[in-house]
Structures are given as structure tokens and as C-alpha cells.
Write a protein that binds this ligand. Structure first.
Ligand SMILES: Cc1cc2nc3c(=O)[nH]c(=O)nc-3n(C[C@H](O)[C@H](O)[C@H](O)COP(=O)(O)OP(=O)(O)OC[C@H]3O[C@@H](n4cnc5c(N)ncnc54)[C@H](O)[C@@H]3O)c2cc1C
Length: 393
């Protein structure tokens, strides 16, 4: 157990580990509350192939997806297929472990079974308090990094955060093999997944059924049970159940003196899909780059670290902002309007636009779709105006 470190990262998830691998030329310690890295899993693991490439995690891939079936409340699905792999399903447990092992191989210390409790400022450093197997422990560090997920205690205690909104998610792995392994189904509607969407994802020998629900709509489990029943799968063995929350809408500030937050702790997720791996890992790069320079200069002040804030927002901020804007319209659509939208999209030219979509930049197809199906404008003339203004910036 080190008593001093240059960098202490709270959270041994993918973002914390990825950050650690990049700062490990300095004394870097990762603190994870669970005894095991990668457990419990709170993720569907659907990512663009570029995430697998940037993390060299090819051997964690469970399945490849090339098509989407969108099922509106009225039930008339539309299907969009592509000749290329649009997404991959990764095994999150293996993925998290690989990233952690890589950080360790680079020289970072990984401390599991220790919970971050709080911090105190100590001159130009921070004293970080942990609760471990032997009781209270503390580490004196130059930089404290909150990669501690959506509940981020680091963010809360440092006065950064929280996210603007939390979507509650739940999913079950069912012991059933889907006939078509190439299509993910996305279901929308107030009765299916109010304020978000549900998914049915083939993963080889099992099928992942899950959904998200925005706040104030009751327990996600009741929607999951209803969906499983509706699909006639209630008798199927449930191999695993997972639940968690997706933070949506980043806070105004993601750093202060000696401290920064990254990944879900900073709500660096895509507001339309809830995916946070790509955006979190990209932000971890900016965070680590800034941290390395700041440590080299011996200046970890809020002013110096704000370079990270500027860089991650310049990189993914536009997608996040556009996603938030579109989400605002989406959550106010009635079931009938969702059916209308799907009916309007059920034509070859619109499906071609949809098939060119990229799950890391879902908002990018909004403008081409509006050009192809101008009648969509009636669902929110204000949104169209804002999107066009943002596009021109
Ligand atoms: C139901 C669901 C489905 C999802 N599906 C997808 C998807 O398909 N694709 C996608 O890209 N994203 C998805 N996400 C989002 C994705 O899981 C997150 O964006 C991603 O895990 C963020 O990584 P992270 O390292 O920032 O945080 P996390 O993975 O949450 O890791 C944080 C770590 O910090 C630890 N920690 C927290 N507090 C403390 C403490 N006080 N002391 C010590 N350790 C602590 C936690 O135990 C955890 O290990 C989904 C999320 C949910 C809830």
C-alpha cells in the first residue's frame, strides 16, 4: 500500500484503467472498491468497431451487428441493414480486466477492495482517505482523478457534477439463441421504456434484453418483465440480471485544483443512446494528456487542468449538445407521434440515410434525415432551427 503517489485514480472501470495506462510514467495508483475488476457488469457492451480497435480488445468480441430493427409502440417495425459491421458486442468483464492488466503492465498499482471515502487538502497536495480490508488507509497525491462512475463521490465532494439527468437501466441475459444474429432490435414507447428505449441484442448462445427508463417512471424491472412476457420469453432461463444508471448531460465543470473527473463520473455519455465507452475513453485521453503535462510543469491548479475541460468539450461536446437537444424532443413524443415518425421513415431513401448512421455520432444523421423527409420538421420546428444554427458554427 503506497503512502505517496503522483496520481490516484478512483475507479477501476475502463475509463480509470485507460487513464492509468497513460499516466503510468508517474507513480499511479488505481483504487477499486470491488474485490475483482470487471465485476459486477453494468453495461450492454455494444460499441462501434473503432472502440475495439482503439483498445485492441478483439478477443472480447461476442458478436457483430450490421442491422437495426426499430419497433415503435404500434408494433410496425422498420428494418435497416448494412453490408458492414456497424457495432460489436463486447464481453465487458474481459474488456475491463484487459484494460486493467494493461495499466498494471505499464506500471500502475491496482488496489482492489478499497473504497474511496473522501479527501482533504494538504498544502499543494490532497490526502485521499480509503476504507480497506485493514480499516482506514490514506495516500498523499498531487492529482486525484474521479473515474468512479455515475455515482461519483469524487465529483460530489469536489463540487463537480452531478449529471443533469439519470436514466435507470436494467437488462437480463436470456438462455435463448436468436435466429438472426446480425440485427439488434430497438423498441420505443411509453409502455415499453418511457424516456429512453429497450433493446434485444443477440449475443450468440444467449440474448440480452434490456431497457432504460427516465426518472419518475417507476421501477425498470416491471418494464423488463413486461417486455420479456410480451415476447413469450418468460419461461426462458435468466442467466444474469444487471442494473445501473446512465448519467446524461455533463456538469459545467469537470476539474478543480488537484482534481478532475472523467467518464461516467463526468457524464461523458451520448444522450441519445446512453453509450459511454467511446466518449469516456476519448475523454480519458484528453485528461491523461493534460495530467502528464501539468505534472511535468508541477502545476495541477484548476487553471492548468481546465485545458482538459476545453479539449474534451471541443472533441465530443458538439455530439453531446446535439444529442441533448434531440433527446428533449424525443422524451416529449407521444406513442402516436412515435408511430408517425416510424411510418415516415419507412421508405428506401430514409432507410439509406439511417443505414449510414454511426452509433458514436447518432445525432449526425438528424440533418440528412430532415432533408430526406422534410415533413419530420412538424415534430419540432424549434429543434430544426437549433440544429441548423449549431451546424453552421
Ligand atoms: C444498462 C446499461 C447499459 C449500457 N450499455 C452500454 C453500451 O452498450 N455501450 C456503451 O458504450 N456504454 C453502455 N453503458 C454505459 C457504460 O457502461 C459506461 O459509460 C461505462 O461503464 C463508463 O465507464 P467508467 O470507467 O467511467 O465507469 P464505470 O464502468 O462505472 O467504473 C467505475 C468504477 O468505479 C468504482 N467506484 C465507484 N465508486 C467508488 C469508490 N467510492 N471507491 C472505489 N471505487 C469506486 C466502481 O465500482 C466501478 O468499478 C451502459 C450503461 C448501463 C447502465
Amino acid at each position: 500500500m503506497p503512502v505517496d503517489a503522483e496520481v490516484v485514480i478512483i475507479g477501476g472501470g475502463p475509463v480509470g484503467s485507460s487513464f492509468a495506462a497513460q499516466t503510468a510514467s508517474y507513480t499511479t495508483v488505481v483504487v477499486e472498491e470491488h474485490a475483482e475488476i470487471g465485476h459486477p457488469v453494468q453495461c450492454t457492451g455494444l460499441v462501434h468497431p473503432r472502440v475495439v480497435e482503439m483498445t485492441q480488445a478483439q478477443d472480447t468480441v461476442l458478436n457483430e451487428i450490421s442491422g437495426l430493427r426499430l419497433t415503435p409502440p404500434g408494433g410496425k417495425s422498420i428494418e435497416v441493414r448494412s453490408n458492414e459491421t456497424k457495432a460489436m458486442v463486447i464481453d465487458r468483464k474481459r474488456f475491463d480486466r484487459q484494460l486493467s492488466e494493461r495499466a498494471e503492465a505499464e506500471g500502475a498499482d491496482i488496489l482492489t477492495g478499497r473504497e474511496f471515502i473522501g479527501f482533504k487538502r494538504d498544502g499543494k497536495k490532497v490526502r485521499i482517505d480509503l476504507q480497506g480490508p485493514k480499516g482506514h488507509e490514506s495516500i498523499l497525491a498531487d492529482l486525484l482523478v474521479g473515474a468512479d462512475g455515475y455515482k461519483s463521490r469524487v465529483g460530489r465532494l469536489a463540487g463537480l457534477g452531478p449529471a443533469k439527468e439519470f436514466v435507470r437501466g436494467i437488462q437480463a441475459d436470456l438462455a435463448v439463441r436468436m435466429e438472426d444474429q446480425s440485427m439488434v432490435e430497438m423498441l420505443i414507447g411509453q409502455k415499453v421504456a418511457p424516456g429512453f428505449f429497450a433493446w434485444i441484442l443477440p449475443c450468440g448462445e444467449f440474448t440480452r434484453v434490456g431497457l432504460g427508463v427516465s426518472e419518475g417512471n417507476g421501477a425498470p424491472s416491471s418494464y423488463l418483465n413486461a417486455l420479456i412476457k410480451k415476447r413469450g420469453l418468460e419461461g426462458t432461463e435468466r442467466l444474469r440480471i444487471m442494473s445501473g444508471a446512465i448519467p446524461v448531460g455533463p456538469p459545467k465543470k469537470t476539474c478543480t485544483d488537484n482534481i478532475l473527473i472523467v467518464g461516467d463520473a463526468a457524464a461523458q455519455t451520448k444522450p441519445l443512446s446512453g453509450g459511454g465507452l467511446y466518449t469516456g475513453l476519448r475523454s480519458a485521453r484528453w485528461a491523461a494528456m493534460t495530467a502528464v503535462e501539468a505534472l511535468k510543469e508541477g502545476d495541477v491548479s484548476a487553471r492548468r487542468l481546465s485545458d482538459y475541460d476545453v479539449k474534451w468539450r471541443a472533441d465530443i461536446g458538439k455530439e453531446v449538445d446535439r444529442g441533448l437537444l434531440i433527446r428533449k424532443v424525443y422524451v416529449n413524443l407521444t406513442d402516436r407521434k412515435m408511430d408517425d415518425v416510424c411510418r415516415m421513415l419507412d421508405r428506401p431513401d430514409a432507410k439509406e440515410v439511417l443505414s449510414g448512421g454511426d452509433i458514436d455520432y447518432p445525432s449526425k444523421i438528424a440533418t440528412p434525415l430532415l432533408k430526406t423527409v422534410p415533413s419530420l420538421v412538424k415534430f419540432s420546428p424549434q429543434l430544426i432551427g437549433s440544429l441548423i444554427r449549431r451546424e453552421q458554427r
